[in-house]
Design a protein around this ligand. Structure first.
Ligand code: UTP
Length: 484
């Protein structure tokens, strides 16, 4: 029995007052350790605010009204000579490189998601995705971090947000592989928070097993609180880290620390150096990516399902989409901004609801229920909701093939198969820029599979400077260019 926390009766009364005491049905029959674990789960809940969140996000339907002054967000074009907005890429690169050389940058990967669409039984970062090598996602990023740190001759700490569900498995994976050559002290893991999964009609907390509340990670926006409460933000401050290079665990092409982007974020006149983003041009009006817009003078991401169809379909004279700035979830975040977001109530990120199938038990009878239809609301925070809270947030355009090959699904769009094709296309372009001839099909796609490891080359320029490049890549060849 938990002798330190409140008594079972007190907890029951508290839960009864918010209509959630079913959670304690059968509590008396639990073993002492199980009861302790349940009371700890309840203690971690914000029971004062839960009823308000249920009214707002579970009982009420999602409604969204697009602001009447919605405009496309201004962007720094990929081509710095573009008449749309000429800018000094060289200066941005130098500024970013100086930050990296001074050790003022850390990488930050959000890896707490459940990866349910992929259907892989383990942390998503352990999933094999390398086009030829089948290297896991974590290894590809680790090698990128190591290569970048070596290039700039400075430590590049890497913070990885896990969830309570995959924290131990993630750490074990790194330990078994000796942290892929990174100094162990420069890889920092911390778990994000969890929210109870709520029955969609009643708002009651679901139970996943006797004495266990069903929970879900609280979204990538949970990073704010987790960075702060875990001490990770304080650790950054101790190390003198001023900016985070943020990317998701499912995108093997993410540049782990892009000097141009970091330099723009930290130094551009219109950036408050708090929260910056990369975008790629959308492929079609209905593509399922959020879009960077601007309203009331502030940048924000409008989710694809919320962007009015007529606006999504608007085109400019050159045929491109007017609202074309797709969010690929690559950001630069100022460390002081994390403190503001985490500690100032006015900067708290909102929740979003996702209706999902959550297996559970009937707490009164113990009967297992495998829902055929989505039965539960998961509440999640999204990191991009921090954008309009920044003083001035900038958006930088990048090429899709250079930086975006996400692995979300087991098959089809955004699967490991589609990711490997994009990885090969990028590698083929880099090789061609370095003077290597690459076999292509009549339609123009690479007629081969190529992978370039980050320790072999981090970008096209570094690749071109290598003296051991092959002359050509033949049809059907599988080529891995990697460190010895
Ligand atoms: P997704 O939105 O693709 O979700 O996450 P997911 O959980 O990985 O996959 P599905 O939807 O269940 O199939 C985008 C990124 O945000 C991280 C993920 O790990 C991924 O890097 N994320 C998501 C978190 O870190 N925590 C969360 O609670 C949710």
């Amino acid at each position: 029995m938990n002798t330190l926390g409140p008594s079972l009766d007190t907890v029951r009364q508290r839960l009864a007052s918010i209509g959630q005491d079913h959670v304690l049905a059968g509590a008396e029959a639990l073993a002492p350790t199980e009861l302790d674990a349940l009371l700890a789960q309840i203690e971690a809940l914000d029971t004062d605010r839960l009823p308000g969140w249920i009214d707002r996000y579970v009982r009420a339907e999602h409604t969204f009204e697009a602001p009447t002054d919605l405009e496309p967000a201004p962007c720094y074009p990929d081509d710095p000579a573009s008449p749309r907005r000429p800018w000094d890429k060289g200066a941005a690169r130098s500024a970013g490189e100086a930050l990296l050389r001074a050790g003022k940058v850390a990488c930050f990967t959000v890896a707490g998601g459940q990866g349910s669409r992929l259907g892989y039984d383990g942390p998503k970062g352990c999933y094999p995705v390398g086009a030829v090598s089948d290297k896991p996602l974590f290894q590809i990023f680790a090698e990128g971090v190591l290569a970048t740190s070596r290039r700039f001759g400075a430590p590049l700490p890497w913070y990885i947000m896990t969830s309570p569900l995959n924290h131990d498995a993630t750490i074990a994976f790194f330990r078994e592989r000796d942290f892929f050559g990174l100094p162990e002290s420069d890889v920092v893991f911390f778990p994000q928070g969890a929210m109870p999964s709520l029955e969609k009609d009643s708002g009651r907390m679901l139970m996943s097993a006797p004495g266990v509340i069903a929970t879900n990670p609280d979204g990538h926006g949970g990073a704010v609180r987790a960075l702060w409460e875990s001490g990770a933000a304080a650790d950054m401050q101790r190390r003198g880290v001023a900016h985070l290079s943020y990317f998701q665990v499912d995108n093997p092409l993410a540049n782990v620390a892009d000097p141009v982007f970091l330099g723009l974020h930290a130094g551009a006149k219109d950036s408050s150096a708090e929260f910056s983003s990369k975008m790629v041009a959308k492929t079609e009006p209905g593509e399922k990516v959020g879009v960077f817009c601007s309203a009331g003078g502030r940048v924000e991401v409008i989710e694809y399902s919320d962007l009015p169809a007529d606006l999504a379909a608007q085109r400019l004279d050159d045929g491109s989409l007017r609202f074309n700035a797709g969010n690929i979830a690559i950001h630069a975040i100022g460390v002081p901004f994390i403190e503001k977001l985490a500690t100032d109530a006015a900067f708290e990120l909102p929740f979003h609801r996702a209706v999902k199938k959550v297996p559970h038990i009937n707490p009164e009878t113990g009967e297992k229920i495998e829902p055929g239809e989505p039965n539960a609301v998961k509440l999640e925070r999204f990191i991009f909701d921090a954008i309009p809270l920044a003083g001035s947030s900038i958006v930088y355009e990048t090429q899709r093939v250079e930086e975006f090959a996400p692995v979300k699904n087991a098959q089809g769009t955004d699967s490991v198969g589609s990711s490997k094709l994009i990885q090969t296309e990028r590698a083929a372009r880099w090789l061609e820029q370095g003077g290597v001839s690459v076999a292509r099909t009549p339609e123009g796609a690479p007629d081969c599979v190529i992978e370039i490891g980050p320790l072999y080359a981090l970008d096209a320029e570094q690749l071109a400077s290598r003296t051991d490049l092959p002359k050509s890549v033949s049809p059907g060849e599988r080529l891995l260019l990697d460190a010895e």
